[in-house]
Ligand binder design. Structure first.
Ligand code: CP
Length: 317
């Protein structure tokens, strides 16, 4: 693994190794072990051209817990606002001997562009590109599911809401397929489910209650209005009535069904606030697991190329 740009096409063994490595590193920072030296002397740059709360901060924490030096650049305060191109920005930052760039951009393909133009030896991690991919979100989602339901072959998973504009939905569908999920459903209005979704291995549903029947995991998505071009006309209230996860709908799920959301949530639209932070919600666990999963990816790419999960576990102990 030189870069992490997408989940699509990754071998099952690699996904499992990343999740195992994240498990090994999950106690770092929580216990007496505050840091491990896997990335000592390495420099990680978070380069965010789009807003983020969870991804940017957990990447920063993850890099610090691996003992890396970390720099953060927000596009809104960078010289891209003065007309500097992506290519010139990359060349400038590479001159500072950065080992890894964590890139978020609103254009699909931006992380691939960086990877194509990066100096050999410099790694690119995709922290979300347009509607294309958000690989570390999918990995932390799989990590969270696996903690509660280790047998993916038994799982029926429903992803609800704005599938069309969601990089998280695409990456989660790829990850669930690779890990052998029994059934993947996508639920939403026709305008928000991409045509041809069946070819990705997901079954479309337009009726929420039918789609939720007998599922084990429910993943909610917000309406990504920043990526819409004005053609989705439902009001937030109407969307909530048709597709929102309410307490009443939660009560009709299997008692052991899990509720997930990548965040940020829009309370009262795709999910009721009390459900989002209720006892069946894993939303804050997802945030927490983002640190261990991002540590694992960075360590496997930069700090311990060719190492095994067992080797990393020894480093963390
Ligand atoms: N889930 C996620 O990507 O959240 P942020 O936009 O806050 O990083």
């Amino acid at each position: 693994l030189r870069h992490l740009l997408t989940i699509e096409g990754l071998p099952q063994a690699l996904l499992s190794e990343i999740l195992d490595t994240a498990e090994s590193l999950s106690s770092v920072g929580e216990s007496t072990i505050k840091k491990v030296p896997l990335l000592r002397g390495r420099t990680v740059m978070n380069l965010f051209f789009e807003a983020s709360t969870r991804t940017r901060t957990t990447f920063e924490l993850a890099a610090k817990r691996l003992s890396a030096d970390v720099l953060n650049i927000q596009a809104s305060s960078s010289s891209t606002t003065k007309g500097e191109t992506l290519l010139d920005t990359l060349a400038t930052l590479q001159a500072m001997q950065v080992d890894m760039f964590v890139v978020r951009h609103d254009a699909s393909g931006a992380a691939h562009f960086f990877a194509q133009h990066a100096t050999p030896g410099v790694a690119i991690l995709n922290a979300g590109d347009g509607r294309h991919a958000h690989p570390t979100q999918a990995l932390l989602d799989m990590f969270t599911i696996r903690r509660h339901r280790p047998d993916f072959g038994q799982l029926k998973v429903a992803i609800i809401g704005d599938i069309l504009h969601s990089r998280v939905a695409r990456s989660d569908i790829h990850a669930l397929r690779i890990l052998g999920a029994r059934e993947i459903r996508v639920i939403g209005p026709r305008t928000l489910i991409p045509t041809g979704i069946e070819a990705m291995g997901a079954a479309p549903y337009h009726d929420l209650d039918a789609g939720l029947d007998d599922v084990d995991v429910v993943m909610l998505l917000r309406l990504q209005r920043e990526r819409m071009s004005g053609y989705f006309l439902a009001s937030p209230g109407e969307f909530h009535r048709l597709y929102g996860l309410t307490q009443a709908r939660l009560d009709r799920l299997k008692p052991e069904a899990l509720v997930m959301h990548p965040g940020p949530i829009n309370r009262g639209v795709e999910i009721e606030g009390d459900v989002a932070y209720g006892p069946r919600s894993l939303i804050l666990q997802q945030v927490e697991h983002g640190i261990a999963v991002r540590m694992a990816v960075m360590a496997m790419i930069l700090g311990a190329r060719g190492s095994t999960a067992a080797g990393l576990r020894d480093s963390a102990q």
